[in-house]
Design a protein around this ligand. Sequence first.
Ligand code: FES
Length: 613
Amino acid sequence: MGTRSDSSTPNPDYDLSRPLSLDGSGLRQKLASYGDPHFSLFMRKLFIKALGYSEDALSRPIVGIVNTYSSFNPCHANIPQLMDAVKRGVQLSGGLAIDFPTISLHESFASPTSMYLRNLMSMDTEEMIQAQPVDSVVLIGGCDKTTPAQLMGAISANKPIIHLVTGPMMPGSFQGARIGACTDCRNNWAKFRAGTLDIEDISALNEELAPTGGTCGVMGTASTMSCILLALGLMPLSLPSATAPAVSSSRLRIAEATGTHAVALARSQLRPQALLTRESFLNAITVLQAIGGSTNAIVHLMAIVNRHPQLAGSIKLQTIDDIGLKTPLLVDLKPSGDNYMTDFHNAGGMLALLHELKPLLHLDAMTITGRTLGEELASIPFRPLPLDSPLSSIIHHFNKPLYPSSSLVILSKGNLASAGGAVIKASASKDRSLLSHTGPAVVFSGPQDLAERIDSPSLSVSPSSVLILQNIGPVGNPGMPEAGLIPIPRKLAAKGVSDMLRISDGRMSGTAGGTIILHISPESADPESVLGIVQDGDVITFDAERRYLHVEIDEDGVRDRMAQRKKMMASEGSGSAWVARERERGYRGLYKREVNQAEQGADFGFLTAAGPS
Ligand code: FES
């Protein structure tokens, strides 16, 4: 710790006869390059003193706080209060807190989709952590793509980090029933489309579905990633870091404690590449399966692990399926179940779940405190709910699960899935008979074709048809939009059909449900994609139990159709997304040229630990 100085005391930092000790910490690290380190430090100090800092303050460990507040991001509405509380924790512990902005992404305010900008946010996070003199960093995020982007960037930057999520919103109320973003947004919109809700109802629902700031209040992607961050050991387990509501005083106390932990990390220099091991990721996948988490989390986890130099390539889609086979679904939250994040929080949250999952967890995995997961679980006081508690059904007992295993299923057999796999959240299927189904394809060539024809009275479709949407993969529709929840054709919805087998190379919101196969790789824009050659009337067979997804075209037929398609793409030239990307400018061109496929995380190849191929 430095001493207070005044203008009459010569500062040894400016003594040119002494070599400047660039000790890699505090303000002396990451100096701007002027070819003279003394001058660089002199300049840095004179500018930061414009903000009123003393030499004493500037001699403390520096905790950077990543500020992702934006008035376009209601999921991050509480960030100003959280930053105040983090700063309090940092300063009470002898550190100096300095916040700085990075990109903020909200699902509804990022066109074409927030996923298109996730990799850009990760680059922003990585480079700002790298460029600035911080000894540790608090990453404040919450909305779906923000926390994955932050962790991807932070692993690459490899400075000590701790996550603080903004927390879930509270549920709202409509005609006496609880509602919440965004499972109920989708369910009620489907009812409105089917004509069972009128325009007055849907307008009233719009006022209540997101009644407070914070992230979506079901087990969507944001909640899933919060639980995963805790399971990875990147948030403290001693506080309800993953589940406390955004508007609670608990959330502010978590923020203050996060500041305290950040100062300890600044001193211990425990970095994410050392903290995160293969076992950390296996624990995270176990939690993902047990909470019935978002399919998006699979893409994010692949991108995250592939940023880690020692672990890249060691976790595959098959790993997720293998863990799923022995992991029961225990948490009864929408869209797989019936409840909201506040219920999960009140029922004991992640601490209770991890106790239930103990037989499946790697208890020697490290956490942010420097203690192992097992040590944390043994030392944090925990009392299970009384058996007669009305909340005891929220977190099921390990031996009495909500769904026996494989909430998230990876498909790897059949000509539609054997190349790069596909994903389905089986636990969110509304009509479980569809988990083994054969039917004729009704193919839409893209979102525009879907919008134009899905509700056409002349569409040839029946409840046993298989709806296929092409060209919503990473390159075909940059950002791989959450359009995989293909709406039920209105003429069938009006007759009461609420679920059909639906297939695409895109994603689906973690808050959505239905029998929906996603992330088919290679995507249909790729000339080698089998999904890209499926036509109306082709027979599709799906069997979740056998991990099988197949279109009944023999090998010669596949070869012929692909050859025809390649000819067509060549003649279309820039009309084909695959061909046109070579000449596109700006971020869009960079995205389309560099993004890898879903099973690798839809990251940019040059950002992965392996670097450009
Ligand atoms: Fe931000 Fe759902 S829109 S978490």
